[in-house]
Design a protein around this ligand. Sequence first.
Ligand code: 5AD
Length: 333
Amino acid sequence: MGTLNNKELVDLLLSTDKKEIHKLFDEADRVRAEYMGEGILVRGIIEFSNLCRNTCKYCGINKFNKKLKRYLLTKEEILESVKLLVQDNLKTVILQSGEDDGLDPVWLKDLIISIKQLFDVAITLSVGERNYEEYKMWKEAGADRFLLKIETTDGDLYEELHPGMSFDNRLKCLKELKELGYQVGSGNLVGLKGQSLESIANDIIFFADYDFDMIGIGPFIPHSQTELSLDAPGDYLLTLKTIALTRIMTKRAHIPATTALGSMEKDYRAEALKAGANVIMVNYTPTKYKELYEIYPGKRCLKEAPGACNNCLPFMAKELNRKIDYSKGNAVD
Ligand code: 5AD
């Protein structure tokens, strides 16, 4: 299949023909096997703060959600969580938070240095839009990767959903992160109201053109404390098709079977792993904070101990005839 144009992508996204969809997923699976192998990479995520300055219309931790108790983990709590994931054999920690003006860049720098001194792990940051100097300081402190999803490449829709934010600044941040030598991750939300299939096709072309190292694709899930609470959720099949086409177009990107896909009426993560995905995330946020990081409702395993999902992974891998890969899983050139 190789490179597809917008029209070809839209036709496949539209398809309701079971045989054709099957063929698409099989081709994505073949490309995944050829370029990424049989391993399912595991990443541990620590949601270290839900403080946020933004008012993104789909997100449950938006600033206007006054019902939500806000938190910031201490350095000690974070190091303790990293220790747990290292004990479980994981070698990537994702440090994620809302976009918080109060986040002290030097505090984060010191945390990165401490993690690198104590543990042999790759560090992925997911803390949103910051300035070049901060991105540089964190890179020099030892951060390896950065996730900053574009969410949608439709500039008008982007700015409607993210009041006060600019699409151009998003692109500027992504460019700076690449320049600084981070392995950079992007991704989108599937099933937003006002998002056309042409626009999803453009997202896929954008992922391929920018040659991102990681691409997270998840369905939109409405949250009661947001403006979009009454919107319909994204369609799982459309999300799986987007993953499959992204695999076919990007070949070497690390693509997770996102937690959002595992938090719908059914757990669709195994389906994603059969349609091009090669990564899975395990939550190591301390249990008492987990439910406060409710970006969308119904997030899986909220009451479980940190890392509990790690125990389920070998079973999932076995069913898929794959194996869990506990290596760092750096970008593949
Ligand atoms: N549904 C699904 N995903 C969401 N995110 C935020 N809000 C929602 C929602 N309502 C995703 C965004 C963000 C990531 C951390 O969570 O894509 O990048």
